[in-house]
Design a protein around this ligand. Structure first.
Ligand SMILES: [Zn+2]
Length: 260
């Protein structure tokens, strides 16, 4: 299959897809959508690896989400390392980060688990997919202290100032269906201002379905809708957004492909 566009962040291993996972994957794959499936717990990370192994043009990230960081056990870090080293379909760590909106785990624990996973990624030389919500300051502090310069802020909903800092640091920014929401005028302005050459697109399935499907279960095929809205903000064709975001995804997650 010749890929046309990448859904750089979709949780196809989620139980929301238990009834029709293969159909959902096929619908996207038939349209040339490549997929990167991040974990959020150890179990869902392993499920992401197994799913990627069983499907073409589909890769996995492994990692512990900030919500679940209080469940982190001492051997987990070693297991994450082993997956990255041993499994060819694992292309990085994610999703990791900080979430001070829900506070499902205490913030000190979130910071520790984020920092150790980020340092592991640096050590292994692989990129990270980072979730940050109401925690930009601490995210930035940990990013810059650890000093790993290969990552993406997934489902970006932050300010233009934060976007610019992150890009200057060498990271990418990924936009989701949130850019289609009626009240997301500020976010669409961020899309307009940041260079297309540093943007990725994603669905974050099963969450964040773009308009007109807002509130329904999301699926990777709808990354096309996200790309259309990015194209409208950028005054370019959807095809150009497909091509550029795909080459950005390759540069971040598959540098050996880009290098030849
Ligand atoms: Zn996610």
């Amino acid at each position: 299959m010749t890929l046309r566009v990448f859904d750089s962040h979709c949780h196809l291993q989620d139980e929301d897809f238990a009834m029709d996972r293969e159909d959902v994957w096929s619908r996207a794959h038939q349209e040339g959508v490549g997929m990167i499936v991040p974990g959020y717990t150890m179990a869902s990370s392993w499920a992401a690896v197994a799913f990627a192994k069983a499907h073409d043009d589909t890769w996995a990230l492994v990692g512990i989400h900030p919500h679940d960081s209080k469940e982190r056990r001492p051997p987990d870090l070693n297991q994450l390392r082993r997956w990255v080293e041993d499994e060819p379909d694992v292309v990085g760590l994610g999703e990791i980060g900080l979430d001070y909106h829900y506070h499902h785990s205490p913030s000190a624990v979130q910071r520790q688990v984020f920092e150790e996973q980020l340092a592991l990624a640096g050590d292994l030389g692989v990129p990270v997919s980072v979730h940050t919500r109401e925690a930009e300051e601490d995210t930035w502090e940990i990013m810059t202290r650890v000093g790993h310069r290969r990552g993406v802020i997934h489902c970006f909903t932050g300010t233009l100032a934060f976007a610019e800092k992150v890009l200057e640091y060498g990271w990418h920014i990924s936009f989701s269906g949130a850019v289609t929401f009626k009240n997301a005028r500020d976010l669409r302005q961020v899309v307009e201002r940041v260079p297309l050459g540093r943007i990725l697109v994603e669905t974050d399935s099963p969450y964040l379905s773009p308009v007109p499907w807002r509130g329904q279960r999301n699926e990777p095929l709808r990354v096309i809708r996200v790309a259309e809205v990015v194209a409208a903000q950028k005054n370019c064709s959807t095809k150009e957004v497909f091509e550029v975001t795909m080459s950005n995804t390759n540069a971040l997650f598959f540098p050996s492909v880009v290098d030849g």
